[in-house]
Design a protein around this ligand. Sequence first.
Ligand code: NDP
Length: 487
Amino acid sequence: MSETLAPVRPGKLIINGEAVDAASGRTFETRNPATEERITTIAEAGAEDVDRAVRAARAAFDDGPWGRMRPAERARLLHKLGDLVLANADELARLETMDNGKPIFESRQIDVGMVAGCFHYFSGWASKLSGDTTSVNPSFFTYTLREPLGVVGAIIPWNFPMIMVGWKAAPALAAGNTVVLKPAAETPLTAIRLGELALEAGIPPGVLNIVPGRGTVAGEALVRHPKVDKISFTGSTEVGQHIMRTAADTVKKVTLELGGKSPNIVFADADLDAALRGATTGIFYGKGEVCAAGSRLLVERSVYDEFVGKLAERAKKTAPGDPMDPKTRLGALVNEKQMGVVLGWIETGVKEGAKLVAGGQRQPVNGKGTFVQATVLADVQNSMRVAQEEIFGPVLAVIPFEGVDDAVAKANDVFFGLASGVWTRDVKKAHVVSRRLRAGTVWVNMYNYYDPGMPFGGYKGSGFGRDLGADCLHEYTQIKSVWLNLE
Ligand code: NDP
C-alpha cells in the first residue's frame, strides 16, 4: 500500500461516459475530517447537469446498449466491475478513509469487499430474472414478464459512501435499469472512482452516471425529474419524508432506508463476554455513524451492574486514533457539524438523568480532527430522548430490563425498526424474541453482519423497501401481464 495518495485529482461529474465539469463551472471542496485538510475540489452538479445525466441514462435504457443487451453480457460486465473494485482496493479504501474519517481497517477489510461482493452477487441475478406462465383459461396463453423500471435515481449518504454505490447500483443495473447516482457532498470521492471503474469494466456510457452536488439542488432535481422512474434513498428521516412527498408529483416509485435506534438485548443467560464484544462493536464500529448501530443496549437487571462496569472499561480502551493507522478502531466523525450534534446529545443525556460512565468528550488526534470518545450513558430510561432519537455517533444508551416481555416491550417502544440484536444461550428464547421484535433485521449472538445475499431494510419509521438479497430485485423490476388469445 502506498503511503500517500496526494494530491487527489479534482473530482468531475461522470455523465454519459465522460468526466466533465458542471455546466455552471461550480466546484466545492471535500475535506479530511481527521486532519482538517482540504483533499481536493469536486465539480458541483446543478439541475442542468442532472438533466443531462438523466437524458443519458434514459437513452442508454430506451434506445441504447443496456436495455437491449443480453443479460449474460450485463452479468459479465458487472462481474468485471466487482473484479476491478478488488484490483483497486487499496486506493478505494484510502480515498474512503480520507473523505469520511473511518478507520482504514474498516474501509480496506470490510467496505471494499462488500462493494465487490455486491457487483459479483448481483451479476449472477442478471441472467436469472424471469416471469411465469400462468393457466387462467385454456383459450388464452398468459404469462408475465419481469422488466426493469427504467432510470433509477440513487441518493446516498456519507456514512458508507462506497458501500452504498454497491447496494444501490449493483441490483438496479443487474435488473437492466440505468442509474444516476448522487453521492453525499461530504464524501463524493469513491463514488466518482467507482463510476470511472464502471467505464473501465466496459459498462457503456450513460448506464451509471455520478452527479456529486448538494442534496437541495442536485438531489432535489433528481427527485423532481419526470424522466426518472424511481428514487432509491438512504439517509435521514426528514429528507426521506420530503423525497416521498416530492416524488408523489411524478408518481415515482420510492425506496427509503432511514435511520434507526436499534435495540441490542443482552439476557442474563448469554455468553456475557461475547455479548460485551457485540455491544461495543455494535455501537463503536463505523464511529456509530451507522443506521443499524446497536445504540440502545438493553441489559437484564440481574447482570446489569457487572455488565455496565465491564462495558465502561472496554469503552475507555477504545480510544480514537489516526484513521490511516491499521490498528485504529475508532475514527473521526464525518465533519464538525456532526461532532457538534453528537456532543450535544451527550449533554442532553446527562441533563435527562443518564449516568456518563465512559467518554463524553471530544478527543483530537495529533491535535486535530472531529474525534469523539467512545461514550456510554448508563441508567437510561426508554422514554428519554437519548433512548428514542438517532444520535449517529459513538454514544451508547444502556437501559435495564426484567424478563422477556419487558425486553420486547422496551425494544419495540420506539419510532424506528431497522435492526436489533439478541444475546442468549436459550435457543427457544432466541427464536421467540426474534419473532416479536419489530425490526427488519435480527442478529442473534452477533451484531452488524451484512452480506449481499441477505435483505436489509426497515420496519416502521425506518422506511420501506429492501436493499440487498434477492428480495431487493423487486424494488428494481416490475411485472407485465401478457394475454394472448388462442381462439
Ligand atoms: P441527509 O438525509 O441530509 O443526506 C442523505 C442524502 O440526501 C445526501 O446525499 C444529501 O445530500 C441528500 N439530500 C439532502 N437533502 C435533499 C433533498 N431535499 N432532496 C434530495 N436529496 C437530498 O443526511 P445528513 O447528511 O444531513 O445526516 C443527518 C442525519 O441523518 C444524521 O445525523 C443521521 O441521524 C441521519 N442519517 C442516516 C443515515 C442512514 O444510513 N439511514 C445516513 C446518513 C444520515 P448532501 O450531499 O447535500 O448532504
